[in-house]
Every structure is written in C-alpha cells, then in structure tokens.
Design a protein around this ligand. Sequence first.
Ligand code: FAD
Length: 481
Amino acid sequence: MANRMLQFTQVQRHMPPKREVTLRRSDFGEIYDEFEPQSAAEQASRCSQCGVPFCQVHCPVHNNIPDWLMLTAEGRLQEAYEVSQATNNFPEICGRICPQDRLCEGNCVIEQAGHGTVTIGSVEKYINDTAWERGWVKPVSPPQEREQSVGIIGAGPAGLAAAEQLRAKGYKVTIYDRYDRAGGLLIYGIPSFKLEKEVVERRTRLVADAGVTFKLNFEVGRDASLPELRLRHDAVLIATGVYKARDVMLPGAGLDNVLPAMDYLTASNRKGLGDEVPAFDDGRLDAAGKDVVVIGGGDTAMDCVRTAVRQGARSVKCLYRRNRANMPGSQREVANAEEEGVDFVWLAAPEAFDGRDGVAEVRALKMRLGVADATGRQAPEVVADSGFTLPAQMVVKALGFDPEDLPTLFNCPELETTRWGTVKVAYPSLMSNLDGVFAAGDIVRGASLVVWAIRDGRDAAESIDRYIQAGAQSGTHAASA
Ligand code: FAD
C-alpha cells in the first residue's frame, strides 16, 4: 500500500465541525460533531510517524498514537480500535475531555514545526465511537476465575479502570460508591456539553457486564469502615477522589446564592439525567435570568460559566486573579466559553459579597502580577484603590478541591496521609502504609486529570495482582480463605 502518511504539508489541520453557537448555548449536547470517515482518514494521514513519538511519550497512558493514526489513514478501523483500547480503558472519553493541547497535541512535532498539530483527540474519539456503533466493544472476559476478591472504594475513572483490569485477570471485584450512579466526576462533575452521559453510562454497564459488582449508595465510613472492608477482601483500593471544596473567607461568603461549584454542577447534571432536584427547581441552583459571577480559572470554573450560559443566565462573568496566559484551565475551553458569550475579568479578585437576603453584588479588586515565587509563577498582588463592583444574583466558587480527612472518615486512624491530606503511597506499588490497601487517582495526586486516574487505576491493578499472587504462594491473605 502506498504511504498515506506525512500528508501535513498538503492537508490542512481541521477539527470536526463545531455546532452553531446559538444552538450550543441553548442545550447541553456535545459541541463537536463527529468526523466524516473521509475527514478522519485525511486528518490521521497528517501524522509524521516520528521515530520518537513525543505525543506518546507525553500521554499518561502512553497510547500508541502513531500506529492508530496510520491504521485510521489506511481505513483499518477495527485494528486502530484494538491498538487504542490496549492502553486505555476509556479512550472515547479521553478523546473528548483530555486537555490534548497540554499533552499529546501540545507535543506533536508538526505543531512545533508550524503546520498545526494532528487532531489526535478527535481521531481517538472517532475510532472508538465507531467501535461502539459497530459492536466491537465487548466486556472483558477472564481466561480463568480466581478465588480472591478486591474491594474498590470509588467508581470514578481510577476505580473503574482498576476494576476492569482486575476482572480481566479473573478476580472477584466489588466497587463501593457513595453516589447513586457510577462514574465519579465523569457523571456528576463534568457537564454533558463536554461528555454526554450516555458515553459514561455505556462504559459502566460494560464493566458491570464483565462481572464487577457495584454497591452504590454505599459510603465507606458510614456503611462499613476501612478495617471492615479489609476483612472482606484480599486487597482494597482507595479511589475516592478529592471533594473538600476550597473556600473564600470573605465578608458575605455565607450569603444564600454564594455556591460551591460541585453543588451547582451536580444539580445541573442530575437534571440532565432526569432526576428531581428540589434546590434547582426552586431556583436556587438555576442560573436562569441571573447575573452570574464565577470565581476561579480552572476547568471547573470553565464548566460552571458554560453551564450558566446554557441555563439562560442574563450575564456570565469569570473573575480570575491572574491573566489568561497564567490560568490553569485549558485554553481551548476558554475560547469555547468566549464564543458562547462568557465575559472574562482577568486580573481581578473578590473582596466581599454584598446583599440582604442573598448576594446582590460582588465587590472586587484589580490585581497585577508581581515577582515570581519559588515555583517560577508570578504571585498576584492587589492594585491600590482599584475597587469595582459587579451585579450578581448568583456567585459560584470554583477554587479547587482538597482531600477529605480519610483516616477519620474511614474510621482508620492508622492510614497515613501526606501533609496535603492525600493518601501516602509507596512507588511504584501504590500501596499505602497498610498491608494490602492501595490508592489511585485524585486521592493520591490531588485534583488532576481523568487520564492520570486511568493510568493510576491500571498501575494499581497490576500491583494488586502481584501482591495477591505473592500472598497466594506464601499462604497469607486470609480474606477469601
Ligand atoms: P472521582 O472521579 O472523583 O471519583 C471518586 C468516586 O469516589 C466518586 O464516585 C465518589 O462518590 C466516590 N467516593 C468518595 N468518597 C467515598 C466514600 N467514602 N465511600 C464510597 N465512595 C466514595 N479532567 C480531565 O481530564 N478533563 C476535564 O475536562 C476535566 N473536567 C473537570 C471538571 C470538573 C468540574 C471537575 C471537578 C474535574 C474535572 N476533571 C477533568 C478532573 C477529573 O474529573 C478527575 O481528575 C478524575 O475524575 C479523578 O478520578 P478519580 O477516580 O480519582 O475520582
């Protein structure tokens, strides 16, 4: 077959078409259409097939990107799917929500050479959505069943990836989650205009179809302690994510309608899933008709502003204390938010929230970037006499998340944590200080990315397998004896 690759000098970079802004603003559907088969093949053919593929090196799960691009360019889609799913449990999810501009695409050699990166994320989504459509995606089926069992706390991407990998090795796997649905932040955090919920739900159904048991509405700490789970299982994985919202200690912060981001996003996601949400229906968590101010500059803040637009807010402003170049959120998401009508107030921080029954306005101060700190990042400083106000009948605080106090919550004071409250693990095993108790995802890294949670889940599954097999040979690990 003639070489179809290295077409980047002839073929321009194209993303799949984005839906019209006016349509996007009025519903929660994903904003990108799917590639047509011909466009996917053409875009894949732009890859320069580097000897050292920096896209793969900078992908946390080391996806074999050049190979599945080549297979797509050659129309060998089922093989492309096989290669893509070999390193990633949820490739079509990563295709949608990875910050590719900071990972694979940001390190694409032709991007560095000025031709515009290969649209890796969109091709990944195309390959794997096609695989679902054509029925190629099947539950894992272990070659042999094993006696031993693993308990996983948390059904987010880390827990689900570990569960699938362990089930593929034949272990009995039970996932405990305090929510009523599996998926963690994929289901209740990330809005459906980035990741439609059916895409998550078909994955969790697949994990259940592989024989993994889900115990939902089961909160470890309330319904069982960690020591109790250790008695039930040969190994336990903690994959609980980080949920303690960082707060602002400012006058008026306790006013009604000054809301934590996760309350706001969870209500919106639940409405989309058809749930009854009284705090939304009575208007408290609904932005319709309001002036909304979101505080923060990360992905959560971007999701909040774009949710408020879709709920029909009168105005939506994002207040961030640094400038555009220094914000942690993805630049692509900022551009999407701007297109949808969000107003960014860069270099500004709140000083107080004013109002009587609820918030009515935000008092804010202008900031400038001062000298760089030890990390090299310029610290924001207040500009003297720069106060200004913004009308707001809803304020959403999106300032990041810290871990909950797991040793107390889990009734297990001997579980060691770091000074940030994350679970302390040994590398590369990911085992905590407690024998047979492992941890993965945000609860180890702090708030991070879905693709890192998947990587950790996969690594933890490998370690748990080694641990259980070593115990089986030496006659220890009594749980399933
Ligand atoms: P989680 O997804 O948080 O899952 C943890 C699970 O543990 C939850 O289901 C929870 O209910 C359960 N749990 C917690 N405590 C208990 C307990 N005591 N008992 C039982 N169950 C418990 N990343 C990206 O890559 N791209 C994005 O676009 C992106 N957008 C984001 C948007 C928002 C609003 C947020 C908040 C995060 C976003 N992230 C994004 C980050 C990403 O979602 C997380 O890094 C990832 O979900 C972490 O996976 P995890 O499995 O460690 O934890």
